[in-house]
Design a protein around this ligand. Structure first.
Ligand code: ATP
Ligand code: MG
Length: 335
């Protein structure tokens, strides 16, 4: 019976490609928004260079990894090449500088896990978070962007999954659900695991890009334009992939033993990583290995309550994809 159901679904589900692609197109930020972001970054560069002439500004997160939807805030990293910079001091100084230049709502959050300055630019209406020397985030942003260039289905899938997660309230790390970064890694991994594969594993290929940041060596194949049409042997459509993604996280994933790893393009075991026990606040109830900081589980924010919420949401989404004649409405219904 399962088999029949699945076959039916495979054939019928493609009618949903049109609405899914329409949602994707709708979420893409318009060019003018990109221009405004550039304008704001140029202003920040000007202000920063007065105080720190050799410092650099990098964009990271969704404004630079190609997974940003329209009206997102921008994430900026100020890189200062000094040994032992006191991040809190830099944050305070930076807030001072920005405050005196007409930027609005400038807030220095020096006590956050990652200290940042938050601000809003009244000219462009864009909000922005600035952190100091968080270069690993700049490098993982590049990895995500490079994956996005290999097959258009990654960006489509990730936009839809992020949109679902935001609509359903499961994209809130402070409530124990997953970050956007974690969801994008889940999408990359899912496409690496398709047969035929839709994405390769860039970290297992010849190294063409290598940097060492905070003692972590980040090396992978970044000449993605030479990969041609890597995923073309796999003809799965966006509707099939959305269905398969939710089906995997609802019924296919081995939560007790498995870790998803974009670094190896495979599933590895919790035992191998020593992630079988709760250590401190890390419960490892859903395990997503960071591609570079490999001791870092992006699922560590998930607790015994939020794991239930998450899994129920995956199951709900899988059910809707399976049985709802019009899944795009229910799937994104506000919670
Ligand atoms: P959104 O569109 O929701 O703003 P985002 O892509 O900006 O999504 P966030 O989860 O806000 O995603 O993270 C911003 C960036 O910070 C990520 O792209 C990543 O570079 C970095 N980052 C976030 N969380 C982690 C983490 N736990 N470990 C390492 N880097 C992280
Ligand atoms: Mg962001």
């Amino acid at each position: 019976r399962m088999y029949k159901r699945q076959m039916m679904c495979r054939r019928d589900i493609d009618v949903h490609n049109v609405p899914f692609l329409a949602i994707y197109e709708f979420l893409i930020p318009p060019e003018e928004e990109k221009l405004k972001q550039k304008q704001l970054v140029a202003l920040l560069e000007k202000l920063v260079s007065k105080e720190w002439p050799t410092a650099k500004l990098f964009l990271y997160g969704s404004c630079a990894n190609s997974f940003g939807v329209s009206k997102s805030d921008i994430d900026v990293c100020l890189a200062i090449e000094e040994a032992d910079v006191d991040k809190s001091k830099v944050i305070m100084k930076l807030a001072d500088i920005l405050q005196s230049d007409n930027l609005q709502n400038v807030q220095a959050l020096t006590r956050a896990r990652v200290p940042i300055v938050k601000l809003m630019d009244p000219v462009t209406g864009i909000s922005c978070d600035i952190c100091i020397n968080n270069l690993l985030a700049v490098v993982n942003t590049k990895l995500l962007r490079d994956y996005a260039h290999i097959d258009p289905r990654l960006r489509q899938l990730a936009f839809i999954i992020k949109h679902w997660a935001k609509s359903r309230g499961v994209n809130e790390t402070y409530h124990g659900t997953l970050s956007s970064y974690a969801y994008v890694l889940m999408c990359i991994h899912y496409l690496q695991m398709r047969r035929p594969a839709i994405l390769p594993c860039l970290q297992e290929m010849e190294t063409t890009y290598s940097v060492t940041v905070d003692d972590v060596n980040c090396a992978y194949f970044d000449q993605v334009e030479t990969l041609g049409d890597f995923g073309h042997h796999n003809r799965e459509t966006i509707a099939q992939l959305v269905w398969g993604f939710f089906y995997y996280w609802a019924y296919g994933h081995d939560y007790a033993n498995a870790v998803i790893s974009v670094r190896t393009g495979s599933i590895i075991s919790k035992r191998e990583k020593d992630w079988t026990r709760r250590i401190g606040n890390d419960r490892h109830l859903i395990c997503i290995e960071d591609p570079f900081e490999t001791s870092h589980d992006l699922g560590r924010v998930v607790d015994k309550h939020s794991i239930k919420v998450l899994r129920e949401e995956f199951e709900r989404a899988a059910e809707i994809m399976q049985f709802d004649p019009n899944p795009c409405i229910k799937l994104f219904e506000p919670y």
